[in-house]
Design a protein around this ligand. Structure first.
Ligand code: AMP
Ligand code: MN
Ligand code: MN
Ligand code: MN
Length: 281
């Protein structure tokens, strides 16, 4: 089978970050949906990979380690996916630990800010949804806020409270782009720009970002993503060709009922791209 026809899902989350399911259940669901090459890419954390790898092996589903690193570039939060690296690499593990570190203090401050706009006890509330105490994220606050009846869904919570400029948003400095790409490469992996269609970068800034990413040794870009709209596919396929990036594909699945796309269900890559996984299968 040609590599681009393989049902690869190289972007999704477990409850080790802000997904709902344990890694083994994400594996089972991916397998049931026909995924033929899988990566678990929790935010800033490789703690779920051992369980994911075991579950995938038992199911006979090819697996590569993954991670989604939060980066601050030109005051914008950008996500960089790392694929097929050594999850025990000490520089990577220490770098991710540092990247996670500020989350607790940030979450306390989010709770204080939300209290001022009429949502008391949100920090304590969000903690009830957290699977990994090192990784409290805005998603956990969003779940608490929906379940408490303040908003009808997660998307409304982000629009009203948690997106940049909204009252519950707390500015945060994540990893540097050069560090994130360096950690992934140092651990033998490939760095991929996650859901480029989601960032508030105009054409000039996107071009500058992709040039810098390439100069640092970045190799891939997500073209088909559950966090993209279909009109993004052609735009980022063109960017992949322009910069000579390999293309990646992933659902960005977070759990039943809360995700745009189901595991293994997003469109195939547009023709004529080099899949990031072409030499892994
Ligand atoms: P954090 O790393 O704590 O800033 O949380 C980021 C996470 O929030 C992302 O990985 C998404 O899962 C989620 N998220 C961000 N923006 C939105 C949005 N507009 N709607 C739904 N989920 C979002
Ligand atoms: Mn997330
Ligand atoms: Mn992301
Ligand atoms: Mn993601």
């Amino acid at each position: 089978m040609k590599a681009e026809m393989i049902n690869a899902d190289l972007h999704c989350h477990s409850h080790v970050s802000d997904g709902l399911l344990p890694p083994a259940e994400v594996a089972a669901r991916a397998h049931a949906n026909g995924v033929q090459l899988w990566a678990l890419t929790d935010h800033d954390e490789v703690g779920g990979i051992a369980e994911a790898a075991r579950a995938a092996r038992d199911l006979g589903m090819p697996f590569v380690p993954g991670v989604e690193i939060s980066v601050t570039w030109a005051d914008e939060t950008i996500h960089i996916v790392g694929l097929n690296f050594d999850p025990a690499d000490q520089t990577l593990v220490t770098g991710l630990e540092r990247t996670r570190n500020g989350r607790y203090a940030r979450a306390i401050e989010m709770g204080e800010r939300l209290a001022r706009v009429g949502i008391p006890d949100a920090f304590e509330g969000a903690c009830k949804y957290v699977g990994n105490p090192d990784l409290i994220s805005r998603t956990h606050f969003a779940r608490f806020i929906v379940d408490s009846g303040y908003c009808k869904d997660i998307s409304e919570v982000f629009d009203r409270y948690l997106s940049e400029g909204r009252p519950g948003f707390v500015e945060h400095r994540w990893a540097k782009l050069s560090d994130a790409v360096g950690w992934i490469r140092g651990a033998g992996g490939r760095a991929v720009v996650a859901h480029p269609g989601r960032y508030a970068l105009d054409d000039t800034a996107m071009h500058a970002f992709l040039s810098e990413f390439k100069d640092l040794g970045g190799e891939g870009i997500e073209v088909v993503s559950g966090s993209h709209k279909p009109h993004h596919y052609a735009i980022y396929a063109a960017r992949a060709r322009e910069f000579g990036f390999r293309a990646s594909r992933g659902s960005d699945y977070h759990g039943p009922g809360i995700s745009h796309a189901e595991l293994g269900s997003v469109d195939l890559l547009p023709a004529g791209l080099d899949p990031i996984w072409s030499d892994w299968v």
